[in-house]
Design a protein around this ligand. Structure first.
Ligand SMILES: [Zn+2]
Length: 247
């Protein structure tokens, strides 16, 4: 199993040593470890060295960390000098702040350009901003994943046409979620699994702290919706993640 999106940081986990050990025992092969700002980028790089070839670094500036945008040059230096698996998590978030849309778009586009320059995929965060996200990705072509996808079936198809994968996590297991309609209608080849740990813990553990081994429950739900054996779900999504992030 590969968790294509988690935040394994000292801020959230007291004992990353034990966590990594537990994950390996539970057949997690890799975790794409996403930063949200410059300091976290340094930390995920540090952790990737400590847990060699297991916590794979994804670095960038999240739209909620827009005040960090002057550090973009330093982010580029990190990309130049380290093995990075994607630029992320980057994107647009109009949920909390709506009066800086142009600033958010500019930072998003600048980071997509970094991904293009260094031939990396992007890990895209989009909340209450799906149309603007789509318009930007259509204009600035790069490969990547729409993390924690939560849009319509139609929009899912449009992203897939552009070559994007959809990151599917714990939300799929929530009773009130309509995400199953998307899963029903798209091919499994377009999906990668993610937890967004420590957030969005899937059922049956909703409410507790999340960790990357819980992608098993996301795979299980996909297997039920699509009528595909869970081992097949894990095999196909793992293969897709390996190709997308060039692991
Ligand atoms: Zn995240």
């Amino acid at each position: 199993m590969i968790d294509t999106h988690a935040h394994i940081l000292n801020e959230y986990y007291d004992d990353i040593d034990s966590l990594v050990k537990m994950l390996k025992e539970n057949k997690v092969l890799y975790v794409l470890n996403a930063a949200s700002n410059y300091n976290e980028s340094l930390e995920v790089l540090d952790l990737s060295k400590t847990y060699n070839n297991f916590l794979l670094p994804v670095i960038g500036i999240h739209p909620e960390s827009i005040n960090d945008k002057d550090n973009l040059n330093k982010i580029e230096d990190l990309i130049k000098n380290n093995k990075i698996y994607a630029v992320g998590e980057i994107g647009l978030d109009y949920y909390w702040v709506k009066d800086n849309k142009e600033e958010q778009k500019e930072l998003f586009i600048n980071q997509i350009k970094l991904a293009q320059k260094y031939n990396l995929p992007v890990v895209v965060h989009s909340r209450d901003a799906i149309q603007d996200t789509f318009d930007i990705l259509k204009e600035h072509r790069v490969k990547g994943v729409i993390h924690s996808y939560s849009g319509s079936v139609e929009m899912a198809r449009e992203f897939i046409k552009l070559g994007y994968k959809l990151g599917i996590g714990g939300v799929l297991t929530f009773k009130n979620s309509k995400l199953y309609e998307v899963i029903e209608k798209i091919d499994i080849e377009n999906i990668v699994l993610e937890t967004d740990s420590p957030y969005l813990t899937p059922e049956p553990y909703r409410g507790r702290e999340n960790n990357p081994s819980n992608i098993y429950y996301v795979a299980k739900r996909i297997s039920e919706i699509k009528g595909i054996d869970i081992n097949k779900v894990l095999e196909i999504t793992t293969k897709t993640a390996i190709q997308l992030f060039d692991i």
